[in-house]
Write a protein that binds this ligand. Structure first.
Ligand code: T1G
Length: 693
């Protein structure tokens, strides 16, 4: 049974696609279009056609589940061309989100009518590919080159008001999109087909300089990516070639993207981001608790940022601070953050501020359904806070700690209701970063976890469930990553060499620049209370010496690097270089030059190895969850899919061989994961491991 059915209303044929969940353009759908068009072509009773979808949305794109498999005819570009060259007028009736191939289907039609709340977009670049069914050729013709470049390179969803202003949609429907589309089709019978491909593009002003400027404008954001450049080349073809030639170029660049590892990596992330919500024991039937009012303990950077997430979606949130001055300061920062946002109007800001309140009195939190503490990272302070919350909060209130390392089970034990306690580890800045580690304590109730998983999605976060260990998933993996970067400095590389190698790999900044930005004194104070046998002091003694010499990082203008007044640009410091050489010598390390490749392997393979331990211990549910943590929480390059996907791409046998070499030199630092060893020896992968769960 074809997903596409035909209903004739007078002289208008209405083709409706019903292929849940998002009417993806699967083989059956594509074949359905061709079959129905063939029948209608020779049916003289039909003068025009409406193309629409049932369910929540118009076609949301090609069927991503078919990617990586041999493509089956009819191919999507051919379906779109069949629509465009159809001898009778075609009206697309758009609702929901017409994305990617979905918008391309609409552009292949001759007229477009949309529900005012609908959105359109070409998000293929987020999958490491490009609009491969004519979008790069037809959208510039309809919307103009600048708007088309904006839509294709940003991949954003364009609201109907803007899409109509661009000319992508001809008219907006009333309450009955289908009836209005049929009426529109009747209107255009006389005018006949209006092929988008016939629109002439005035190429003169879009010369080399124009595109060079555009490339420069997105260079920073697209550093290391492959697909964006191919997208631009397609639009250049649209400007300079007739439609058929331009489509050939588009097909060529699309194929190159599909063959590039970036496409597999970003498709992996697309599904990984949706997998995280699948947690054993949590189903649609699992009860959820209502979150109608939220409390935050602490109005500092984290507390304020966390509070903003709830106010942003209209959930009343009360921030508690110890004194009025700190409270006013914290709430003021929230308001300033909203006012500074280019995306928010004054009304938007006011709308958010009204959900944000403050208090210095715990009793005012008594009716909160969820309270998140974001106080100083000291167990003694967590103990005071949770004992107080246990006294004050109503039964059934969820209590969460924003701790980034500490033992959530120990925190839960400070209360009489540990099943209502878990960790909600936000990443700074908490109102911006999408990652939320949801730390499941051994007693955390299923409905508490389910409630927080849903809450994460509601506030626009990607909630990844982690088990309890020091640093959960992300921060635990960071320790080896940083240790190896520091040891590379002791063994022969200078900080700028290490940072450049890892920046060129695709991380947003090098680990040593990141350490300066976070403040070297944080690690220094943590180490003072730690057993010196529990970590490799060779990696940190030189940093301790910097802190003791008042080089605490960016915030004081000098750390591993020097910083000019008011500048955040790291400058290599001769003073630090001398200290590095002295500390190396003290350790008796013979300094050798270390290749950028080895610098990257040591830090990135340390991530992978620790990730494998975390997976093996059940702290993370899937390797793909670990990828989501690193891409959304630490800026791991999306075009590499995350550390575990990257390990699969390199080949676990190769990763394992290098780990063995590192372990032969530093056995204490390199405890090779038995899981990684097993998968490597079996010629398997983390992806296969995930599928086997
Ligand atoms: N193909 C297959 N399945 C898809 C899909 C798609 N395009 N989009 C979504 N799904 C599944 C998704 O896996 C999930 O499944 C369910 O639908 C609900 O999705 C030639 C080649 C449409 C905005 O990139 O952005 O066209 O987990 O949880 O939050 O140029 O899905 O329930 O089993 O995300 O409401 C271009 C991708 C493809 C759009 C809805 N299109 N999808 O968001 O629900 S490439 C896209 C989305 C292309 C052509 C090229 C979102 C959404 P399950 P969801 P949502």
């Amino acid at each position: 049974m074809s997903p596409i059915t035909r209903e004739d209303i007078g002289e208008i044929a209405v083709l409706s696609c019903d292929y849940p969940p998002v009417n993806a353009l699967s083989h059956a759908v594509r074949k359905g279009y061709i079959d129905h068009l063939d029948a209608i072509r020779s049916d003289d009773a039909i003068k025009a056609v409406v193309v629409r979808c049932e369910g929540r949305t118009f076609h949301a794109g090609a069927d991503i589940t078919e990617f990586g498999k041999p493509p089956q005819e009819p191919h999507l570009p051919d379906v779109v061309m069949a629509l465009e060259t159809f001898p009778k007028p075609l009206v697309a009736a758009i609702h929901g989100t017409a994305l990617g191939g979905g918008l391309e289907i609409a552009l292949g039609c001759h007229y477009r009518i949309a529900d005012p709340s609908a959105k359109v977009g070409l998000p293929e670049v987020h999958l490491g590919i490009l609009p491969g069914a004519g979008g790069t050729q037809r959208l510039p013709r309809l919307a103009g080159v600048e708007n088309a470049l904006d839509a294709i390179l940003s991949g954003r969803h364009v609201k109907m008001k803007e899409a109509a202003a661009w000319g992508v949609v001809d008219r907006l429907a009333g309450d009955d999109l289908k009836a209005d589309a049929v009426a529109y089709a009747k209107e255009v019978v006389a005018s006949g087909p209006r092929p988008t491909g016939d629109i002439e593009l005035d190429g003169a002003k879009y010369d080399e300089a124009f595109f060079a400027n555009f490339r420069k404008s997105i260079a920073r954001k697209t550093r290391g990516f492959f697909a964006p450049e191919q997208c631009i080349r397609c639009v250049e073809a649209a400007v300079s070639l007739p439609l058929v030639e331009g489509l050939k170029k588009e097909r060529q660049y699309f194929t190159e993207c599909m063959q590039n590892p970036e496409a597999a990596a970003m498709r992996h992330l697309f599904f990984a981001e949706r997998q995280v919500a699948r947690v054993p024991g949590i189903t649609k039937e699992t009860k959820r608790r209502d979150i109608k009012k939220v409390g935050i303990i602490g109005a500092g950077t984290m507390g304020g940022g966390i509070a903003m997430n709830f106010a942003n979606v209209g959930i009343p949130v009360t921030v508690l601070e110890l004194n009025q001055e700190a409270l006013d300061r914290g709430l003021g920062v929230c308001r300033k953050n909203w006012e500074r946002s280019s995306r928010l109007t004054a009304d938007d800001v006011a709308e958010r501020v009204k959900y944000l309140s403050g208090t210095t009195n715990y009793e005012d939190l008594a009716d909160c359904d969820l309270v998140i503490e974001a106080v100083f990272e000291k167990m003694e302070i967590k103990e005071q806070v949770f004992k107080k919350l246990d006294e004050v909060l109503k039964p059934g209130a969820i209590m969460a700690s924003n701790t980034s390392y500490l033992d959530v089970d120990a925190i839960a034990a400070y209360t009489s209701r540990p099943s209502d306690v878990l960790g909600l580890h936000f990443f700074s800045p908490a109102n911006v970063m999408k990652l939320l580690e949801i730390v499941r304590g051994k007693e955390t109730a299923d409905d508490v976890l389910a409630t927080c998983l849903d809450m994460a999605k509601k506030i626009g976060k990607v909630g990844v469930v982690a088990g309890v260990c020091h640093g959960f998933i992300g921060n635990r993996m960071l320790s080896g990553y940083g240790r190896e970067a520091n040891l590379n400095v002791m063994k022969g590389a200078m900080p700028q060499d290490v940072d450049k190698a890892i920046f060129d790999f695709g991380m947003p900044m090098g680990p040593l620049t990141m350490a300066d930005m976070a403040g070297l004194d944080i690690g220094y104070f943590n180490r003072q209370s730690m057993d010196r046998n529990s970590f490799d002091t060779r990696a940190t003694d030189w940093l301790d010496r910097l802190v003791e010499g008042d080089r605490k990082g960016l915030k004081v203008g000098k750390g591993i690097y020097d910083y000019a007044e008011g500048s955040r640009a790291p400058v290599p410091s001769p003073e630090v270089e001398a200290i590095i050489l002295e500390e190396s010598a003290k350790l008796g390390l013979e300094r050798t030059s270390i290749s950028a490749e080895e610098i990257v392997e040591r830090s990135i393979y340390a991530l992978i190895n620790e990730g494998a331990h975390i997976l093996d211990e059940g702290i993370a549910l899937r390797a793909s969850d670990i990828d989501v943590v690193y891409v959304y929480g630490y800026g791991f390059p999306r075009y590499r899919g995350g550390p575990m996907h990257y390990a699969d791409a390199v080949g676990l046998d190769k990763v394992y061989a290098r780990l063995q070499e590192f372990a032969s030199i530093d056995p204490d630092n390199w405890k090779i994961s038995p899981l990684l060893k097993r998968l490597a020896e079996e010629g398997s992968s983390f992806a296969a491991f995930d599928q086997s769960r």
